[in-house]
Design a protein around this ligand. Structure first.
Ligand SMILES: NC(=O)c1ccc[n+]([C@@H]2O[C@H](COP(=O)([O-])OP(=O)(O)OC[C@H]3O[C@@H](n4cnc5c(N)ncnc54)[C@H](OP(=O)(O)O)[C@@H]3O)[C@@H](O)[C@H]2O)c1
Length: 341
């Protein structure tokens, strides 16, 4: 079966990465329809050796669509998801607009792809840091309870979209020229580390930090999981990292963790400190796998396991995960039981 695919937000960082992956992975579609805002009218994007036009989204954009990948932000998703679903498309949404709705599955195919068996017509793609963290935790849950996580993230600037990357690059040029980076809407990204992503909530945590709390619980199916997160923007173009300390009952050690990680699809163990091999965003950028390493017994609590993850936020953190969901959804639609993520 060939799908009539629509990509909303096709000109953005996630949208462009989705297009690349759809083509490279051979998702069954002949010619995707590319949508963005009025600002992109007249633009074209590369596809299969030629170029496709980008159209401003409107009420007729989803007519005949079977699969719609959304990467336009929360307001865009809220406005257009009902229109796409009414037209008969399944919507796979990268924004956080629907992630916390009880009737919307929040899917990482390697972990809870079985939720697609219920044929949902709106599926949420999780937060980019959360995906990497739960990918490393999920294989450790076999035969154990996860009770608590403490994490600090080191998130790249591409996580904030194309305009943020331009701001980073301008700031880097300025600082190299001996000038201060301009502040813009918030603190500069260049030559800086910013413990503020998304808005502050009343509890003193940012929305980005609360996404990690709410989404880890939902994806891992542990509603009472204790989670505390600090989310930090670092001057890296692509690749999010996180330090994670996790408590399991019964506890597990680093050797056992590495054994479980080694066989889990989508994870790659990089853990040889003596050879300076550990997960880093510059190695994760461009890769599909989430890198995991620096596994060690926590010094402050020997019952806890501490480790480090790095992943490409535009790929597994967003576009790849969404395309994997589309692949699994399409395989089930054509009667195949499932495909490997
Ligand atoms: N970047 C990441 O690492 C990441 C990870 C996980 C999830 N996400 C989520 O993915 C979504 C896209 O992020 P991004 O980083 O790709 O952002 P981006 O680079 O800023 O791209 C935004 C896209 O949305 C389109 N858009 C904006 N306003 C629109 C409107 N009113 N109508 C139609 N299209 C509109 C833009 O089109 P124009 O070019 O025409 O303006 C562009 O194609 C966001 O919800 C983000 O939270 C991002």
């Amino acid at each position: 079966m060939t799908h009539r695919l629509v990509v909303l937000g096709a000109t953005g960082l996630v949208g462009r990465t989705m297009l690349e992956l759809i083509e490279a992975r051979g998702f069954p579609t002949a010619r995707p329809r590319l949508l963005a805002s009025d600002r992109s009218a007249g633009r074209t994007m590369p596809w299969a050796g030629s170029r496709l036009p980008v159209e401003p989204v409107d009420e007729a954009s989803f007519a005949g669509a079977t699969v719609a990948l959304f990467a336009g932000g929360n307001d865009v998703s809220r406005r257009w998801a009902p229109v796409a679903r009414a037209a008969g498309a399944v919507v796979i949404d990268n924004s956080s607009a629907f992630r916390y709705d009880d009737d919307v599955p929040l899917v990482v195919p390697e972990i809870n792809g079985d939720l697609l068996a219920a044929r949902p017509t709106l599926i949420a793609n999780p937060n980019c840091s959360t995906i990497a963290i739960v990918m490393a935790l999920a294989p450790l849950l076999r035969g154990r309870r996860l009770t608590r996580i403490w994490t600090s993230t080191y998130q790249s600037v591409s996580g904030a979209g194309s305009s943020a990357v331009e701001r980073l690059e301008e700031g880097l040029r300025a600082t190299l020229a001996g000038k201060p980076a301009a502040r813009g809407d918030g603190p500069p990204f260049a030559d800086n580390v910013v413990p503020h992503i998304d808005r502050f909530e009343d509890n003193g945590y940012t929305r980005e930090e609360m996404k990690i709390v709410w989404e880890s619980r939902k994806i891992l199916g542990v509603p009472d999981l204790a989670v505390s997160a600090t989310a930090v923007r670092v001057p890296v173009r692509v690749g999010h990292s996180a330090s994670v300390t996790a408590w399991f009952d019964p506890p597990l050690g680093p050797d056992e963790a590495r054994r479980e990680w080694a066989t889990f699809p989508g994870l790659r163990v990089v853990d040889d400190p003596a050879e300076s091999r550990y997960p880093m965003p510059m190695d994760a950028a461009g890769l599909d796998d989430v890198l995991v390493g620096r596994a060690r017994v926590d010094l402050a609590d020997p019952d806890a396991l501490t480790f480090f993850v790095a992943s490409d936020n535009l790929r597994k953190g967003a576009a790849l995960n969404a395309v994997q969901i589309a692949e699994q959804w399409a395989a089930r639609a054509s009667g195949q039981p499932s495909v490997a993520p």
